[in-house]
Design a binder for this molecule. Structure first.
Ligand code: NAG
Ligand code: NAG
Ligand code: NAG
Ligand code: NAG
Length: 287
C-alpha cells in the first residue's frame, strides 16, 4: 500500500473493504429532523452509522492521521482535532501577537470568518484529488473513495421515512474519518494567505489578522487576502457568510479611522469585541 506501509494494516484494510461492501446495503445514514421544521437552513444531518463500519473506519482513520502527521501534511496553522494542539494554543499565541503589537504602538485588525455549513460543502472529487496528491493510494484510497461515495441518506420525520437520497457533496458528519477528510480539504486555505497576514484555523473557525503602524496598509493586506479567499472558496466549494464575518481593530490610538474592508461585496462590520473559540477579546485586549 504505497506510502502507508505495514502489511498487516494493508491486509486489515482489504478485509475492511470486503466487510464494508457486505454491510453497505444496510449502511446508510438517517437524518432526524428536530429543529425548525419550516426552514431548510435549520437542518443539519447527523449520521447514524452502522456500528461495525464505525469501528473499521476509526482504525483506518488512525492510520490516515498517523500518515498525515508523520509527513507533516497538515498546515501548522490548523489546530482543530489534532493531537497536542488545542484551542489554548490558538488563544495564547493570538493574545501574544496582539499584546506585542499594542506594546509596539502598532495596530492590528483581525477578521473572524464564518464558513457556512462547512462540513456539508466539501467536494468529493476535490478531496479525492488532494488525497492522491498526498501520495495516498491503494486500499486507503479505495476505502476513502468508498466512504464518501456510497452514501445515501433518508429523512425521518416522526415515524415516516423518506426514500433514500444520494449524498452529493460532502462528508458524513459524526464519522471519525470525515473530520480528517475535512481537515485535508480545508488545508490549502492556509496557502491563500500571503504574509504578513496571518491565519489560524480551528477546524472550520478561521481567523486572519495583520498588524502594523499604518492602518491603510494593514487594510490593503487584509483586502488582498480576503479577495484570494473568496476566489478560493468559489473554486473549492466552500462558502463564507460575509454577514457573519466580523472585524475588530485593536489599538491604543484614540482617534483612528477604521478602514472599509470588503468581503464578497459586503463592507464588513466592526465590533468592539469578538468571541474567539468561546473567549471574548475586546478592542483593548481586556479579557
Ligand atoms: C505529543 O506530546 C507527547 C507528550 O507531550 C509527545 O510524546 C509526542 O511526541 C507529541 N506528538 C507530536 C506529534 O508532537
Ligand atoms: C500608509 O500606507 C498607505 C498605503 O499603503 C500610504 O499611501 C501612506 O503614505 C502610508 N502612510 C504613512 C504615514 O506612512
Ligand atoms: C446580509 O445582510 C444584508 C443587510 O444587512 C441583507 O440585505 C442580506 O440579505 C444578508 N445576506 C444574507 C445572505 O443573509
Ligand atoms: C460582487 O459583485 C460583482 C459585480 O457586481 C459580481 O460579479 C460578483 O459576482 C459579486 N460577488 C459576490 C461574491 O457576490
Amino acid at each position: 500500500m504505497n506510502g502507508l506501509g505495514q502489511g498487516n494494516t494493508d491486509c486489515f484494510i482489504s478485509l475492511s473493504l470486503l466487510l464494508l461492501q457486505l454491510v453497505q446495503m444496510f449502511c446508510h445514514s438517517s437524518m432526524d429532523l428536530n429543529q425548525d421544521q419550516h426552514t431548510t437552513e435549520g437542518y443539519r444531518p447527523i449520521s447514524l452509522l452502522n456500528t461495525m463500519s464505525k469501528i473499521i473506519e476509526k482504525m483506518v482513520n488512525n492510520r490516515l492521521i498517523w500518515y498525515l502527521e508523520k509527513h507533516n501534511l497538515l498546515s501548522p496553522h490548523q489546530h482543530g482535532f489534532r493531537k497536542n494542539r488545542s484551542t489554548n494554543d490558538i488563544l495564547v499565541s493570538l493574545h501574544t501577537d496582539i499584546a506585542d503589537a499594542l506594546v509596539n504602538k502598532q495596530n492590528i485588525i483581525l477578521v473572524s470568518l464564518d464558513l457556512k455549513k462547512a462540513y456539508d460543502t466539501v467536494w468529493r472529487h476535490r478531496v479525492l484529488k488532494i488525497i492522491q496528491k498526498l501520495n495516498i493510494h491503494g486500499n486507503m484510497l479505495k476505502f476513502i473513495n468508498n466512504h464518501i461515495r456510497e452514501r445515501t441518506f433518508q429523512v425521518k420525520i416522526k415515524s415516516t421515512l423518506s426514500d433514500p437520497f444520494a449524498n452529493e457533496n460532502g462528508v458524513v458528519q459524526g464519522s471519525s474519518i470525515s473530520v480528517t477528510l475535512f481537515l485535508i480539504a480545508i488545508n490549502e486555505m492556509t496557502t491563500q494567505v500571503p504574509p504578513p497576514t496571518m491565519i489560524k484555523l480551528f477546524a472550520d473557525d478561521a481567523l486572519i489578522y495583520c498588524k502594523g503602524k499604518n492602518v491603510s496598509s494593514i487594510k490593503n493586506q487584509l483586502q488582498l487576502t480576503l479577495d484570494k479567499l473568496s476566489k478560493w472558496s468559489l473554486e473549492t466549494g466552500f462558502s463564507f457568510s460575509p454577514n457573519k464575518t466580523k472585524c475588530i481593530l485593536f489599538t491604543h490610538q484614540r482617534k483612528i479611522v477604521k478602514p472599509n474592508i470588503q468581503f464578497e461585496n459586503k463592507t464588513l462590520d466592526y465590533s468592539d469585541n469578538v468571541k474567539i473559540l468561546g473567549l471574548i477579546f475586546d478592542k483593548k485586549l481586556n479579557w
